[in-house]
Design a protein around this ligand. Sequence first.
Ligand code: 26M
Length: 818
Amino acid sequence: MAEITAPQSPVTAEQFADEIREQLKYTQGVTVEQAKPADVYVAAASAVRRHLMDSWMKTQADMVNGNTKAVGYLSAEFLMGKQLENALLNAGLTEQFDKAVEALGFNAQEVIDAEYEPGLGNGGLGRLAACFIDSLASLGVPAFGYGIQYKYGIFKQEFDENGKQIETPDYWLANEEPWGHIDYNRDQKVSFGGEVVEENGRKVWKPAWSVRAVPVDYMVPGYASGRVNTLRLWSAKSYDEFDLLTFNKSEYLDAVKPQVEAENISKILYPEDSTPQGKALRLEQQYFFVSASIHDAIRVFYPGQDKPDLTTFPDKINFQLNDTHPVIGIPELMRVLMDEYDYDWDTAWDITRRTFNYTCHTLLPEALEVWPSKLIGELLPRHLEIIEKINDQFEAELKAKGVAADTIKDMAIYTGDAVRMAYLATYGGSHVNGVAELHSQLLKDVTLKNFSDVYPDKFTNVTNGVTPRRFIKLANPRLSDLITEGLGTDKWLSDLELLKGLVPLADDDEFVKKFAAVKQANKVDFSNFAKRKYGFDIDPNTMINTMVKRLHEYKRQALKILSVIADYADIKSGKVSADDIMPRTIVFGAKAAPGYYLAKQTIQLINNVARVINNDPDVKGKLNVYFPWNYNIELAMNLIPATDLDEQISQAGKEASGTGNMKFALNGALTVGTLDGANVEIRERVGAENFFLFGMTEPEVSALYAKGYDTKGLSREYYEKDPQLKAAIDMVADGTFSDGDKDTYKDLVNDWLNKDYFMTLADFRAYMDIQAQIEETYRDPMKWSRMAVLNVANSGYFSSDRSIEDYLERIWHTGPLK
Ligand code: 26M
């Protein structure tokens, strides 16, 4: 029997059932007989929360009293996923819940499913934040996640009858939400606009308007740590509500206008995840949550003190800036220290610099936020002054270090017209990190080269990771049991490198067969899930080949769909017989930013390729394409464990890390991928022979740009020279996937033939070749499964626990509560 160390609550299933009954009766006012699964969900959630309460309070007390520095993870996004299952696991109540709910006459899965998934993030960056706060709690590190409780999360994606993406609002708070606790007594005032005046030789900011930031607290229970941290999401309320009480103006309806405007600040998550637009509301959101969080941290760590010694602030808490979105926190802390607490500039700067660190999540220059000075000046006039002064000091520092004048100009934080947030973050904090080794290297060599030349010691790498609790234990219980059986312990859930112990089992045919059976059972489950949720008929006896991620040109969903079209064209032309094709089901999941035209065209193309191919009798069911709409955490948790082959095919040098790639490898999918982001490190660890590598490397990509690939239209040569590629593109152009209309995809086709910035065409041949090799391998099931076992066994490094340990050692210099 395996050694089981998972947390166990002392409460019995019967007692837990009683607790649910109590909640139903005394809080919700429904009898068990009247209750629906959604009622039981709310009751169970409230009951679990009660179980976590003591640990939560103790963790907070220890954090304030203790001698361990805390972490404040400042992030505009936390993509948490459903909470109940995770809370039950970490509270040690999973079994009791299952039994209690059955005893009450309900189906456990139905109760779990009744939770509405909060979508307070766009993609990788938001999900990473969620994995990180899980790991911080599981490691017992005192931490706050600080963000925004958007009223509307990422849009719900639907497809219209033409296969086009339709966005509908995600009003996730339409039903009772039992997790967030609104704490009106711990609000903060956040001000905007107005002007800066001189009074008695001091700068005084006279803001024009203020909003009330009200914290909504979510428990973040650690796994097997006994610790429960806090995710504090700010919600914007109007102070004018108070004014309304004494309202006596004539325009009654106009009176609520300011209130509506204030509450707009936390109304909606921006659905763009690159090429940020300089929108005032977005800057308001950023300042809103960052200012409230900084003041909150001061209140938490110096309780009841009017004149706290804030020179110790960086010893109490370090703020991690999750991308540039919270970087306005740097001038804000300067302002707070100087204007609210009377520190001089140099002291304030020293404190600020020791408080912040910055994580960059991109390589695309257009994704680095740059704010127009005019906008900052209107919204935050005092901050603009401070930024200008930071820039003056920075230029003087560079000059003193002997940096050339034109380089200093290139490095400007404040250009006169604009403020470059990545530069402000790099200068204003202690450390800068990228999110995978290749990414961190490219940051030093390209994106932030000048900064790395002047401040080489600031730069470091922390490779991303994912939480094994949600993405193995909860998502893939069968594999979890098999791992525990194979290792003889379940300790791997808090020490994922223990998966290495599975390496010898890759040579044990019995184990490999069990592993294959787990995958097969997961595929059957997924097929049922897809039928229930989407009405799809997925054959679980085909290879499940998945590409899920935001839709971006650089991620190259276009490369995948062109390869499918090429295979289809081969069947239609009789070059290949459908009988010889290895049966495959290709599953896409992707949301496009609402204003991203080519991304939306790609979605439309994929949907129509699916429609045509899935219904063509010539294909004989050998090639199938499905595009479940509204990819989210729930779909990920169902699809990843069922996947045989995962696509990570971004153009080399563009994907900062990727985290889906890690989830798939840990769930025993093989990867077809480029040498990009964390793929590089995954391949190193699982072994080159267990990874399907193809395509140009980053230096090769750079060399091809230097030849003028995108500017001289070189992609057309690839089209002309490769008949299979030509056939595929021609098929898109000739209306095969648009009922004969030749215009539907003309912009997409035009881009491929004349620009193709992300070199889809240049990598096409290599991609087709590797797919042929993949088919050959898949035809040997034992070989494939052995490779998959080795992927699982060697991916323990990609736990977010390891990422957090790297942050602790390299950046935060702190550790668990004592
Ligand atoms: C910025 C300004 C205005 C509106 C939206 C944004 C914005 C929001 C999200 C910009 C970027 C956003 O996310 C970027 C992102 O998800 N990056 C991904 O981060 C992952 C975690 O590090 C990496 O694994 C991915 O490679 C990287 O693309």
